[in-house]
Design a protein around this ligand. Structure first.
Ligand code: CP3
Length: 343
């Protein structure tokens, strides 16, 4: 049986538009919260193949998405490199910050694959349990976004510490990006070898960079990862997500070699159609906050997105992930609407 999502990522058109949602597994689902409560430590939860497999499958059972995204987190990579990573309730991720080359010297690829090996085991389990027509998506964070967490030691508003290191010591900061590139390329290659059909690279904090730093901190490291993956697995689609990058999406597409891009909610549809979808498969971009509200406005916006992209390859998705307060019945209404739509 063929996989509709995978075919669409490869540029093929079909009557029905495939869909999946960022953060489709998570706290908005009661069945997720129930399992999550049994493992208080979030990283231990990610490293538990049995539970990670189960929560990856939960949204597929409920809604029948065309894609299942591996349940894990982008901060697995710094954890695998030996940085201390933990999650605090109400505060999100915490890391022991790495702010200079001396601290960077403590991190390496030694032991990376054995530390993160359970993630590959989750993929192998998903491969045999997922319905055949569902595309299995692997993922990682992009080097710039990962660097912001590694340097700041937490989520931050303006990424001031990461920018300061990058501007004041470009050679040292490049060594950090290079290490993340190596880890991420190897991590995604291992995910492909374990069985994922496609991968997405999340650059959540790509917006707000200058044209110059967007090139050195976003495009160049991403291109290097894409090159390394393509050298081994030229047929596995890679989806880029330089969130909030606006017109810099065009340079990102021209230079990185990704097969598809996810667009954020702020991207105008007509611009996206004529400057992005004319080059590759586009994914997006409903506001996750509109799914919290639901109703006719949500369905109207879904139609606006579906109609804008109906003449080219499109995967329906959100512009960012579901928030925990999303009512599951609104997701159901949205899903029924997308499933009924025909080009
Ligand atoms: O369903 C899926 O999308 C797959 C799993 C997934 C998670 N995180 C699970 C998760 C994916 C693809 C991610 C990516 C991720 N993680 C990103 C990139 C995408 C984005 O949202 O911009 C980022 C920046 C992170 C880092 C991260 N992980 C943060 C900031 C947080 C805390 C946020 C919060 O709401 O507490 C996490 C935790 C996290 N990752 C949760 C989930 C389901 C919630 C943790 C919980 O269950 O307690």
């Amino acid at each position: 049986m063929s996989k509709l999502l995978l075919n669409t990522l490869n540029g093929k058109l079909s009557d029905r538009v495939p869909f999946w949602f960022m953060r489709q597994a998570g706290r908005y689902l009661p069945e997720y919260r129930k399992i999550r409560a049994s493992v208080p430590d979030f990283l231990s939860f990610c490293y538990n193949p049995e539970l990670a497999t189960e929560v990856t499958l939960q949204p597929i059972r409920r809604y029948g998405m065309d894609g299942a995204i591996l349940f894990a987190d982008i901060l697995i990579v710094p954890d695998g490199l030996g940085q201390k990573v933990w999650f605090e309730v109400g505060h999100g991720p915490r890391l022991t910050p790495v702010t200079n080359t001396t601290e960077l010297d403590h991190l390496s690829m030694d032991g990376f694959h054995s530390k993160v090996g359970n993630i590959y085991e989750t993929i192998r389990r998903l491969k045999v349990t997922l319905p055949q027509e569902v595309t299995l998506l692997g993922f990682a964070g992009a080097p710039w976004t990962i660097a912001t967490y590694m340097v700041e030691g937490a989520g931050s508003k303006d990424h001031g510490a990461a920018k300061s290191w990058g501007y004041s010591d470009p050679i040292g900061f490049k060594a950090l990006l290079d290490l993340i590139v190596e880890a991420t390329a190897e991590y995604l290659i291992a995910q492909i070898e374990a069985g994922v059909d496609a991968v997405q690279i999340f650059d959540s904090w790509a917006g707000g960079l200058s044209e110059t730093t967007f090139n050195t901190w976003v495009i160049e490291p991403t291109r290097e990862i894409v090159n390394r993956i393509k050298a081994k697995y030229p047929n596995t689609p890679i989806i880029g997500f330089p969130r909030l990058a606006g017109p810099l999406y065009e340079q990102f597409i021209a230079k990185t070699g990704v097969q598809a891009v996810s667009i954020d909610t702020a991207m105008p549809l007509e611009y996206a159609r004529t400057h992005i979808q004319n080059k590759l498969c586009i994914q997006g971009n409903m506001d996750p906050r509109l799914v919290v509200t639901g109703g006719a406005e949500m369905l109207k916006e879904a139609d606006r997105i579906l109609n804008a992209f109906k003449n080219g390859p499109h995967v329906f998705n959100l512009g960012h992930g579901f928030v925990p307060e999303t009512p599951p019945e609104n997701v159901e209404a949205l899903v029924n609407h997308i499933k009924a739509y025909r080009r």
